[in-house]
Design a protein around this ligand. Structure first.
Ligand SMILES: Nc1ncnc2c1ncn2[C@@H]1O[C@H](COP(=O)(O)OP(=O)(O)O)[C@@H](O)[C@H]1O
Ligand SMILES: [Mg+2]
Length: 351
């Protein structure tokens, strides 16, 4: 890997889940969680991934972390193809990329002290903090980095608030000095007042340790606050990717336009993630990962859809006149700007 190479590269990533058979005489249904995702993340250019519940965000996170295997496609982290690595080298490579999960209650083992929880990723990195005093010193260091006290290492997770638990989860992710942290809905389970504190902590840590985040959220405000790059997912695909400013000011895909139009008072917001109500102007539901029609997967809900959209799948390609702005829409060059309006329907539910 040389300077300028992406820190994470995802190519043609597909993950289908075969579900239990409903009848002996019918084939098992298949859930199309991811249907060909291409993404690159440049060092220092944190990528936010947004999209409605069920669009495949968590599946993508699990595959990037190699916690699950793809049906097809590949994931490279720091130039290494994760699919080509054996378990041992993968565990060692993971020191460079760690994960923070949504649920700060479920993701920390309630029977372990914070000391053990935070130190656990070091097990896979024998040359780092190899003796007990060095491990303890490293745990104390990361606890301080996330705004907790070193003495907190002798407590159990239940002794902390939700926000503090998410700080513990972040400390655990930091302990191996990773370059990339994948955070799946890291503040969704927290009180609104605590969300901004945790996001500010993430920004501080990024500046201090040179981290690159892949930050997954159904909340556009969260992503906008932290990430200079944004990818919008719809039914297992990336439908738009660009610099955050371009996505928010000049959304090219009708789905992104509808998502943005669903957020009231976007410009009035100040200081981080708010708890504003997000109402979608999208008609109907996303159809779910079971339906895999040909053509554009958004066609059934799209105000612009024409016959072509139901037949021919639009590729993710550059939006005319905008460098680094990609959209998967046949009309991406025509429909920029004015967010769509329409009858309000359906909440964008938490992913
Ligand atoms: N282990 C699994 N088995 C079967 N279906 C799954 C599994 N994981 C995810 N799915 C399905 O894949 C789709 C995407 O899920 P997910 O990645 O969790 O979406 P998101 O995080 O965006 O809400 C959903 O339809 C979900 O039901
Ligand atoms: Mg999810």
């Amino acid at each position: 890997m040389t300077a300028g190479d992406p820190i994470v590269r995802v190519e043609g990533l597909v993950r289908h889940y075969r579900l239990p058979r409903e009848s002996l005489f019918r084939p098992a249904p298949v859930s199309h969680a991811l249907n060909g995702v291409d993404l690159t993340v440049a060092p220092g250019q944190s990528l936010g991934i947004v999209g409605e519940s069920g669009c495949g965000k968590s599946t993508l996170a699990r595959l990037v972390m190699a916690l699950d295997r793809p049906t097809a496609g590949r994931v490279e982290v720091l130039g290494q193809d994760l699919g080509a690595m054996d378990g041992r080298s993968l565990r060692a490579h993971r020191r460079h990329f760690q994960m923070v999960f949504q649920d700060p209650y479920g993701s920390l083992d309630p029977r372990q002290k914070v000391r053990r929880i935070v130190a656990e990723p070091l097990d896979a990195v024998p040359d780092m903090a190899s003796d007990p005093p060095a491990r303890q010193a490293r745990v104390a260091e990361v606890l301080e980095a996330v705004g907790l006290r070193p003495t907190d290492m002798d407590k159990y997770p239940h002794e902390f608030s939700g926000g503090q638990r998410q700080r513990i989860a972040i400390a655990r992710a930091l302990v191996t000095r990773p370059q990339v942290i994948v955070a799946d809905e890291p503040v969704s389970a927290l009180d609104v007042s605590v969300q901004a504190q945790v996001l500010n902590l993430m920004l501080d840590l990024q500046a201090e340790f040179g981290l690159t985040y892949i930050l997954i959220s159904h909340d556009l405000a969260v992503v906008e606050y932290v990430c200079p790059q944004v990818a919008v997912m719809y039914l297992g695909r990336v439908v738009e990717q660009a610099a955050a400013a371009d996505i928010f000011r000049r959304p090219a895909h009708p789905y992104t336009q509808a998502l943005l139009a669903a957020v009231p008072n976007r410009t009035a917001r100040s200081g981080g993630a708010g708890g504003r109500r997000r109402r979608a102007v999208l008609q109907g539901g996303a159809g779910g990962a079971m339906a895999m029609a040909p053509g554009c997967s958004f066609a059934d809900r799209c105000p612009r859809a024409e016959d072509r959209c139901r037949i021919e799948r639009p590729a993710l390609r550059p939006v005319a006149g905008e460098s680094g702005h990609l959209a998967a829409c046949h009309f991406a060059t025509e429909v920029q700007g004015v967010p769509g309006t329409g009858a309000a329907a359906g909440e964008i539910a938490s992913g």
